[in-house]
Design a protein. Structure first.
Ligand SMILES: [Zn+2]
Length: 273
């Protein structure tokens, strides 16, 4: 967690910038700044009185914080502060998954483009090849993502020594970097930034593909997925698509803003790496 000193400094900074912020919005901004070091600069008020956050490479994002926005609106066009509107649950302690609880599916494209690249070639410049179990895979080096996945791989290798039956989840994997839109939408998939990995698709259900959609059956599918694998990914800053109402069980995505205890190393300004 953040120390009271850090929180106090950020609150002071916001006061100094002349803004009065909802406490929830301030907390979200603290988490985002810690998870994406250097990416979000000053908060400024424009002539219309709208708060805007400066992004490192020259962009600006409106700091909109509306408690009453609909789920569909937040998915379609999330503001920076919408990203953390839903908390990521630490366990699966629900009888049925709460409707539309999709933590991590509110992705702000401007922030992701800022940190990882705004075009396919720009994202590709940040990709590195790492060893992951017996495979070589491409992943995003910026913002500590590839390093986090490397650590996941090391821990999974140890787990497989005692639980070899779990190896099948890492065979025929679904892939990592793929510059594409989410099926049926105009929004970029997190795979476009090289920060997501799909394990074996034949062992990971996707909500759209399941014919017998019912909430209790869906819960059973989540519970049947090996929790030991999920916990290793989460320990290193990856959210799991199994903790979404619109679930995607094979999908893990590097989203350090949901894990405040994680230490994300500062990465160089894009173009300098
Ligand atoms: Zn995926």
């Amino acid at each position: 967690m953040f120390s009271p000193l850090v929180v106090a400094c950020v609150v002071l900074l916001l006061v100094c910038e002349g803004q009065s912020f909802d406490p929830g919005a301030s907390k979200a901004l603290v988490s985002l700044r810690a998870a994406y070091p250097g990416a979000i600069g000053k908060v400024l008020k424009d002539q219309q009185g709208v708060l805007r956050a400066r992004l490192r490479n020259g962009g600006e994002e409106i700091l909109r914080y509306e408690k009453q926005r609909s789920h569909a609106d937040r998915v379609a066009a999330p503001s920076l502060l919408d990203i953390l509107h839903q908390a990521y649950p630490s366990n699966l302690d629900f009888e049925a998954w709460p409707r539309n609880l999709d933590p991590g599916r509110y992705r702000n494209d401007a922030l992701l483009k800022e940190v990882y690249g705004d075009t396919k070639p720009e994202v590709e410049k940040g990709l590195v090849t790492i060893k992951f179990l017996d495979k070589s895979i491409r992943f995003q080096s910026r913002n500590g993502a590839a390093e986090a996945l490397r650590e996941v791989g090391k821990e999974v290798a140890i787990l497989l020594q005692t639980e070899p039956q779990l190896r099948k989840y890492f065979q025929e994997m679904g892939g990592t970097f793929n510059w594409r839109k989410i099926a049926g939408t105009q929004r970029l998939s997190s795979h476009s930034f090289g920060i997501a990995i799909d394990l074996n698709p034949s062992l990971g259900a996707y909500w759209k593909w399941e014919r017998d959609q019912d909430r209790l059956g869906d819960m059973k599918r989540r519970l049947a997925y090996p929790g030991k694998i999920v916990r290793i990914f989460e320990k290193h800053g990856f959210i799991w698509g199994g903790k979404w109402y619109h679930y995607d069980l094979m999908h893990f995505e590097y989203r350090p803003e949901f894990f405040p205890s994680l230490k994300v190393p500062p990465s160089p300004k894009r173009g300098a790496d």
